[in-house]
Design a binder for this molecule. Structure first.
Ligand code: ADP
Ligand code: MG
Length: 259
């Protein structure tokens, strides 16, 4: 599942880390691939910048075995393929690479069956790295910040997904849209949320991720918020999101919550 939105700071990385952690807590085997040269997902799992010798660049562009890039995370059942500084040049290198849209798919193929979920944390752009994620993925999860400009840029994202579906990956689906950084005290948030639901319909998750200070503190401790403070509203929201995702994938979209 590619976690994508070309806007920065909308909660992609936070969602990759914490949805991944919540799924792993359900005893599913999870891999998070940090495909953003900024490497925030790697940092969020406590990996220092000097400690990224194993990284996604190697299988993606240097034809090295993908298994050599996998490291365990602090979360039981969750593995990580870190980002690397080299990834900053990947956009340019991919332009001339052979089978340039399929490189991530080919790189991940040998380990596909080892995991229940592979979450790909995309960079804030619709360049070759994100295209590679869309070609490798079965579906896309779009975090959308509940703010006035939330829908701006969304049609560009949807067109890109449609183009990838037609040209490279006919099975690609939009798995869902999740509203992030939701502030209940802010009336604008409610207005934005109802606009988004009206415009996008059922694809929008019922679960919203609240703006929560514990979520923003957790990365500096190198931990998912669920390990940092499981009881805070942010952790609870990501646990609920995982539950909703699992129910959806069983084909019961819209059914009342079982809990
Ligand atoms: P992206 O990956 O889309 O650029 P991030 O997940 O890195 O976005 O989030 C951007 C910033 O906002 C980070 O500092 C993160 O800790 C913070 N953040 C993300 N989600 C929340 C939230 N629900 N509440 C408070 N802060 C958040
Ligand atoms: Mg990010």
């Amino acid at each position: 599942m590619a976690i994508a939105n070309q806007k920065g700071g909308v909660g992609k990385t936070t969602t990759a880390i914490n949805l991944g952690t919540a799924l792993a807590a359900c005893e599913l085997k999870v891999l998070v691939v940090d495909l953003d040269p900024q490497g925030n997902a790697s940092t969020g799992f406590g990996l220092s910048r000097g400690d990224r010798k194993r990284n996604i660049y190697r299988p993606l562009l240097a034809d090295e075995p993908v298994r050599d890039s996998i490291i365990p995370s602090p979360v039981p059942g969750l593995d990580l393929i870190p980002s690397a500084v080299d990834l900053a040049g990947a956009e340019v290198e991919l332009v001339d690479a052979e089978k340039r849209e399929y490189r991530l798919r080919e790189a991940l193929r040998p380990i596909m069956a080892d995991y229940d979920y592979i979450l790909i944390d995309c960079p804030p752009a619709l360049g070759f790295l994100t295209i590679n994620a869309f070609v490798a993925a079965d579906s896309v999860l779009v975090p959308l910040q509940a703010e006035f400009y939330a829908l701006e840029g969304l049609s560009h994202l949807m067109r890109t997904i449609e183009r990838v579906r037609r040209a490279f990956n006919p099975d690609l689906e939009i798995q869902g849209v999740v509203l992030t950084m939701y502030d209940r005290r802010n009336n604008l948030c409610d207005m934005v949320a109802s606009d988004v639901r009206e415009y996008l319909g059922d694809v929008v998750y019922e679960t919203v991720i609240p703006r929560n200070v514990r979520i923003s503190e957790a990365p500096s401790h190198g931990k998912p918020v669920i390990l940092y403070d499981m009881r805070c509203t942010g952790s609870q929201a990501y646990i609920k999101l995982a539950g909703e995702l699992l129910r959806r994938q069983k084909g019961t979209v819209g059914a009342p919550a079982l809990v």
